[in-house]
Ligand binder design. Sequence first.
Ligand code: KG4
Ligand code: ZN
Length: 362
Amino acid sequence: MNVLGIETSCDETAAAVVRDGVEVLSSIVSSQHDIHTKFGGVVPELASRAHCENMLPVVDGALRAASLTPDAIDAIAVGHRPGLIGSLLVGVAAAKALAWSLGKPLIGVDHVHAHLYAGLLSDAKHAAASDADVFPAVGLVVSGGHTSIYGLSSWLDPKRLGATIDDALGEAYDKVATILGLPYPGGPNLDRLAQTPGADERVADLPISRLSPTSLDFSFSGLKTAMLYEVRGVPDHPAHHRPESRYVPPPPLTDERRRDLAATFQRAATKTITLKLERALSQMRDAGTKPVSLLTGGGVTANSRLRRELEGFAAASDLRLFLPELKYCVDNAAMIAGLAYHHYLAGRVSDLSLEPVPTTAC
Ligand code: KG4
Ligand code: ZN
């Protein structure tokens, strides 16, 4: 079964064809980075307009790359939640128009749930992982907009167990990269710098947020502020003007210190993730669920250190790890088409009343 997927939730216009939920026949992603970079963030109205312009060439490109004509497509899938409402509208309208005009089923899926599916995609023809290989599963999505842990017993109803109460991990990476004076795109550049041989990953004492002893939520704002203080200091604090103050301003931000701070931040950020995964796993086990896999996705799963930590955690916890290939970590439409296949098999098909929704289902 060939599913054409469409993804427009933020600033990437993407289309892909996936066969039987696993084999990616084509995946085209048209990035709008050049449009938004000069504003320092995504401008929603510009994103919607760019999606309108890019949609047809991207869908056409995906069909051509898969060497398929539209009648060889069996269903049209679209990420219809969550995201920027104007951006989602363009994708949903395009998917409805294609489904109606081709007479094919329409399937709406949740973008964040689709990130959990990305580790099952493959460019080569290979057997799909059976449900017994995957479920029950612990899920982790770490992206620019989301940082959440899930418990899954099937592809249909991931249950969110915890989420960030402030910044998403990718957002924290991008903001800290700006504090360190690194160029756009922040997350990947910080990752690269942190990997410099000789970097000291303990140059500062940064907070690893635990929240309450059982919480599966995340918080990255304290870590981000601690990094700001490591770079700029807090010279204006009234307490530092008292004679007894022992305030020592931070050392200058040399290349060496920038490198060390990047490595130190990366260590704290990734430790926070594995700490919460350990908690989630032990809480699930205590509740009588025995997860067999760890499903991961989102832009920050491209991070070199997080990938290593996740491999170590999964091996030590006896979980089969589904870690996406780098190109499927960030937003793409193959993950939408792949997840939609399972919705289709379960009879979860949408109709033309499908609406874009800016918030996630759970
Ligand atoms: O999944 P994604 O493309 O978009 C959302 O759905 O949010 O994730 C983008 C985020 C950005 O914040 C980017 O800085 C981060 O993923 N990112 C990384 C790396 N590659 C992308 N963060 C840390 N290390 C990386 N290697
Ligand atoms: Zn995403």
